[in-house]
Each structure stands twice: as C-alpha cells, then as structure tokens.
Write a protein that binds this ligand. Structure first.
Ligand code: GLA
Length: 381
C-alpha cells in the first residue's frame, strides 16, 4: 500500500510525499454514550486511511482519492460544504484556520483499507489523517486532542452528524494492544491492555452500508436531551445522562414520553455495563465481558432502536457458534458491523458458519475482518 501510494503520488504530482496513516476503530462496549458525556472503550485497528501529502506553494488543495478514482481541488479560503468525502477535507481545512493557524496549499493523495460505511469510522480516520498531516507539514503545534475536536467539529458543521468524540479520539490516541477507557466529560483516559492471546476481535459486516448523517442518529441525541430537560427539573445538578442514576430515572418514568424513557434507560444502564466491563477485562474475565456485550446489543436493538434485521441476525447467530465470548452491533448502528470476541482457534469455523447462515437468509456473503489493536495516527514515511 505505502509503495503504491508513493509511486502514484510521484506520477500525479512529480514529487515526493510524506505519508500519514490514521486507523479506524472498534469499540468494545459503551455505545451512544460519548455524546451523553459517559464512557467509551475503543481501540484503534489495523485498517487505515492513508494521506500522502506535499506542499505546493499555492493557496489550493489538490486531492486525488484513489479508492474512488476522483479528483477535487479547492481554495484554502473554504466557506461552505460541498459534497461527499470532500466535506471532511473542507471542514478540517476550515476549522484548523479558525483556530488561527496558518497553512499553505498542498497536493494530496488519499487511499485506505477501512471499508466505507461499515461502522469502523473511515470518516474520522480521514479527518484525523488529514489534520495530522497538516499539523506535521506546517508545524502547527496542535495536540492530538485538538485534532480530534477539529474532526468532530467537521462532522457537526460540514457533514451534519452531531457525533460524539469517540471515533476521532480513538483514531488519534490508539495504542497497540490496548483499548482506551475514555471519560467523555473530563476527557481523561486510561489504556487497558487487551491481552487475550487466545482470542481475536472479529468484525462481521452486515453489508448494510450506513450514512449516519442521514440516519436517526441526530434524533437519538435529541431524545436524550429531552429526557435530561425533564429530569433536570428534579435534579438541577444533572447535565447529561452520565449524571443520572437508574433509580432517579425509574422514579420519574411516568413523566417521560415512553420512547424517551427507553432511550434514556439504555444509556443509563450502558454506563453501568461499561464500568462492569472494564473491571471484568482487568480480571481477565472474558465470560462476564461477553455477557455484557450481549446485554448491550439487546439494549441498542430494543430500547435505543439503532440496530437492523441483519445486525440482529448476526449478533444472535454468533451466540450459537462455538468459541464466541460475546457479540453485538458496533458503532452508530443502522448497518455496519457486529463486533465478536472469538477464540483464535475457532475463528475459521465461526467465519464459515456465520457467512453460510447469513447467506442462506440474505443471499449475500458478509465480509469478516479479523482485527488487531494498533497505534493511532502517525507518520509512516
Ligand atoms: C458513531 C459516532 C460516535 C458514537 C458512536 C456510537 O460512531 O461517530 O461519536 O456516538 O456512533 O457509540
């Protein structure tokens, strides 16, 4: 991949490039909790977006996206969104300059192996790789956390997805062999070893490609806020669902519209599951962790309503295959992948069984990705 990138860059722009790689992410548990200021437990994976970059001495950014075989050029004087993947570059260019940072024009080549729309955060990886590249090239002095916020703001303002900070954070802060317990309120984080040589993290793609921006993702966020507004009348110190105890929610159940109650109750119990899950991981107790994952799926599907038939089928089916510690839908939902913790020597059988079962019903073979937990964004060459 890297050699190919260097060669294509040379052919296109007739000069040498710096190459940056930023990974996609998995999230073990703690879904839809980031924008509720709770905890998440992501890790960066071995699939990345690569950006090859060199300054061009002008005020223009020239891009070639190898995966889509598309080119695009825009002036540094960005004012509004355009369309598709270009918005990630426009947004990052805009928000870096909004911070008073001075950048010049660049030539870019983008490629990667993160499946698009599969819930592995290829868009966060693109923002992270491009932001990281500009930061390196122009010595802007932005921290990894600054770059994560620039990526998140890009989603909010150029893409229309009111996402939390998890994906951008994970792509920039990942550490080989570790997941990160991030407190999305204080932004403190802790690396927890994911040290289970006998197990693999296996993703199964439902083949339902999602665009979260056009999904009900933003509606879920509003429903959580609606719940908070009601609960705050009783508990003025509550600012997000992170602050709500299950007993408080249950006590005011009748005041919340039933759908809002369901959304809030998923989030409030997901916090408990995440905390229990971290303890289980620290004790090497994958059996308990797996049960928590299954409960998370149940909540995401039945109470938070962000799953779909294909994801429900995959999560259910996985539980009946030998060697699976836990399985659930991962990420924003409405499509994308399930995350499965599978005994290493059972991965082949798991893959065959789940592909055959899915194919029998949906007439399509789901892609399976056996992942490794890797470092976050970095200069590759
Ligand atoms: C998407 C968003 C994240 C997070 C997850 C759900 O990946 O980008 O901020 O909310 O969904 O956990």
């Amino acid at each position: 991949m890297i050699k190919k990138l260097q060669q294509v860059f040379r052919e296109k722009y007739n000069k040498e490039a710096t190459i940056i790689g930023a990974p996609g992410r998995v999230n073990l548990i703690g879904e839809h909790t980031d924008y509720n200021f709770g905890f998440v437990l992501p890790g960066a994976v071995d699939k990345k977006i690569y950006v090859a970059i060199a300054p061009n001495g002008t005020d223009t950014v020239n891009v070639f996206a190898n995966q889509f075989n598309e080119s695009y050029s825009f002036s540094l004087d960005v004012s509004e969104p355009h369309k598709g993947w270009m918005n990630y570059l426009l947004g990052v260019t805009y928000h870096i300059q909004q911070r008073g940072k001075k950048i010049g024009g660049v030539d870019l080549l983008i490629d990667g192996d993160i499946p698009v729309g599969a819930g592995m955060s290829s868009s966060a990886a693109l923002c992270s790789a491009y932001g990281f590249a500009l930061n390196e090239l122009f010595q802007l002095g932005l921290s990894r956390m600054d770059l994560a916020f620039i990526g998140q703001k890009t989603e909010h303002t150029f893409v229309g997805l009111q996402c939390g900070i998890m994906d951008q954070f994970a792509s920039l802060h990942g550490k080989k062999g570790h997941v990160m317990k991030l407190d999305c309120r204080s932004l403190e984080y802790e690396y927890i070893p994911f040290d289970f040589p006998g197990y693999k993290i296996v993703l199964v793609n439902s083949m339902v490609s999602h665009s979260l921006a056009s999904s009900e993702y933003n509606v879920r966020r509003q429903q959580c806020e609606e719940g908070i507004a009601i609960l705050k009348k009783h508990y003025p110190n509550i600012n997000s669902l992170r602050d709500v105890e299950p007993a408080q929610l249950l006590q005011h159940r009748d005041e919340l519209p039933p759908i809002v109650f369901d959304r809030c109750s998923y989030v409030v119990y997901e916090k408990e599951r995440l905390l229990a899950g971290c303890e289980a991981l620290k004790k090497n107790d994958l059996a308990t962790f797996g049960k928590l994952m299954i409960a998370t799926h149940e909540g995401l599907s039945k109470k938070y309503s962000v799953s779909c038939t294909e994801l429900d089928f995959l999560a259910e089916c996985a539980q009946h295959i030998t060697g699976v510690a836990g399985s659930r839908m991962m990420g924003g939902g409405f499509g994308g992948c399930t995350i499965n913790i599978v005994q290493a020597d059972a991965v082949e059988n798991f893959t065959q069984k789940i592909q055959a079962a899915f194919n029998g019903l949906f007439k399509q073979t789901p892609e399976v990705y056996v992942t490794q937990i890797e470092d976050g964004a970095k200069v590759i060459s």
